[in-house]
Structure formats: C-alpha cells, structure tokens
Design a protein around this ligand. Sequence first.
Ligand code: GFB
Length: 353
Amino acid sequence: AKNGTDPNGYIVFCPCMGRFGNQIDQFLGVLSFAKSLDRTLVLPNFIEFNHPETKMIPFEVLFQVGTVAKYTRVVTMHEFTKKIIKAFCWNPRKAIYDTDAEPGCHAKEGNPFGPYWDQIGVSFVGDEYFGEIPGGFETSQMGSRKKWLEKFGPEEFPVLAFPSAPAAFPSKGKVWSIQKYLRWSSRITEQAKKYITNNLQKPFVAVHLRNDADWVRVCDHIDLEKNRPLFASEQCLGEGHHQGQLTMEMCIPNKQQIVDMIVEKVGSIGAKSVFVASDKDHMIDEINEALKPYEIEAHRQEVDDMYTSLAIMGRSDLFIGNCVSTFSHIVKRERDHTGQSPRPSAFFGVRSA
Ligand code: GFB
C-alpha cells in the first residue's frame, strides 16, 4: 500500500441515473459489486436536481459512514479526493468505465456527468470496456468475478471509475436487505424525530403520494398484457411479478382509492394521526375530511424535505407506499430490514390478505 492506499484498489462511480430513489436503488447493487471485487468503494455524492441547479450531496450528509463500513470497505468522497486520488495522479494510470457508447465513453459529457467528475477533480486517462465480461457487473454469474479480477487487476487499474452505477436497475431482490447498512445521519434522524414529537400523535400512519405530472407518464407504461415489472413494482408483486398483476391503481391511485386506503389502515391500527409526503399534491383537505369521524388529522411538512420525509415514513407505525416508486421502495426496504423484525407496509391497489 502506498501512502495508506488500498492495494486492492478503488471503485468510484457517478449515480448519474434518475433521482434519489433510483440512485439509492442502484447504490445497493454497487455495494454488492464492490464487496465482490474486494475493492474500497468511494461513497458517492448523491445528485439533487433543483432545476436549473444540480446539487451534489455527500453520502455522509445523509447516511452514517460507520454503518455502511460494516458491509464493505468504503471511503468518503472527501477523503478520496483530498488524500487518495493524489497518490494515483503522480503516476497516472488508466481509469475504466463501462458503456458501449461509441467511439469513446464521454464520461464527462452532459449534465450531471461533467459537473460530477469536475467537482471531485477526476480526469480520465483512458477508456476501457467491460462489455465482454459475462454478466457485466452481475458478479454472481459464473466466471464473471474471476474475469473482472483478471482483466482489471488492481496493479494496472488501481481506480475503476464508472460514469454510471455498476449495478442493475431496478435492483434485484437479493440486494434489498443491504438497506440495513444504510442508516440516516444523526442530523436527518433528529429532524424526523423532532417533527414527529411536535406534530404527530402515535400510533401514526405514513403515506407516500407520488402524483407529480411526470408520474402519470410512467404509469402509461403499464403493460397489462405482459405484466412486466416497472421501476420498483417487484417490491409488492415479487420478482417477475409472480404474485400478481400490476394495475393502474397501484401506480396512480385516484383520490377515492387513496382516501379509502388511508381510512382502512387508520382503522386497522387505531391510528391517532396521519403523515403525508408527496412530490406534488398532499391531499390534506380531502384526507382530513374523510378522517373527521375518527377525530384525527393528517399532517405534512410545511416544506416537504424529501430526506426528512423518508426518515419520518421509516419510523411510522404503518406505511402506505406507491408500489412502482423507487422513492417508496427506500421506505419499504428500511422497514423490512433495519429493525429486529419487519414493520408493516402496505401499497395502494394491493389488497392485503
Ligand atoms: O426518487 P425517485 O427516483 O423515485 O424520483 P421514483 C422521484 C423524486 O421526486 C424524488 C421527488 O427524488 C424527489 O425529488 N419526490 C417524490 C418527493 N416523492 C416525494 C415526496 O414525498 N416528498 C418530496 N419532498 N419529494 C422515478 C424517477 O421516480 O420517476 C425516474 O426516479 C423517472 O428516473 C420516473 O423520472 C418518472 O421512482 O418515484
């Protein structure tokens, strides 16, 4: 190890696809990939799109580094750019990344690609392709892991840099439990706890309403004939949808269906309040109207901070999510895997037994 660097090398990548739910979804696969190649993973900056601004959020602002380090060797982006990257710059070697784009990888072309690498001071010294490796970054496939180690050994390739996440999307069921190594940072946990203490009476039901205009277009892609998985839909229908049919109600429930589901779940646990998170319409008035007979109220964050909302939903007594949304899936995985035993989650359009 020179200068305290990892002799097995590093993996650095840009979570360049989709928004937060998509980025976390793929991040689980990247953790698994880094562990299987036995390289140190450089914890990414997550990318927030506040049009027209693109903001980078360091991993450690959102999550605890110590917990993810229990799963596999990691280093923060900060530490990597301040200390480690220099060790390699003195003696520039190849960086590699994927894609079948021609004729080069164009890792820095376009947003968020360019800003991402520029901010961390990475420049690329050469293009390499891994398309011929069986299974790609699916290293559980026969011979794949061995091929990676042969073709891209740490001697010649100390840093593997990927312009997008080296992981499947949507994520495979086998990586979902890795969510247990993602714990919200104390700042976010404190904000969530404070909100709950000040605004919610327990037990409470938390609801994620994904209803901005972009979502309607996603739901147009539901294929009723082939019943193909769509984004996170396997979280409620199982892998390959072996548990049932994806419906419009699961993807974009109408107002009546939303209110009915909330009332049913409030009744089933005797909830004393409801928390609503949404990217667009929180439906507070409609929900409160329906909750009148129960004498309880629905609440939202004045400014819906998405990370705090996720943490609040994670801590609820019962969660109702959107099966197709990868944003909802973060909460579902947290509830399934971070406690002693799974905590109850439900989905719009899914009848529980
Ligand atoms: O997280 P995300 O990838 O999940 O994208 P989906 C949805 C984004 O919408 C989040 C905002 O990252 C937030 O910025 N958002 C969603 C919310 N729900 C909430 C909420 O309850 N509160 C707040 N504050 N913000 C996919 C995209 O969305 O939708 C795909 O990732 C594609 O790339 C598709 O764009 C249309 O899986 O729900």
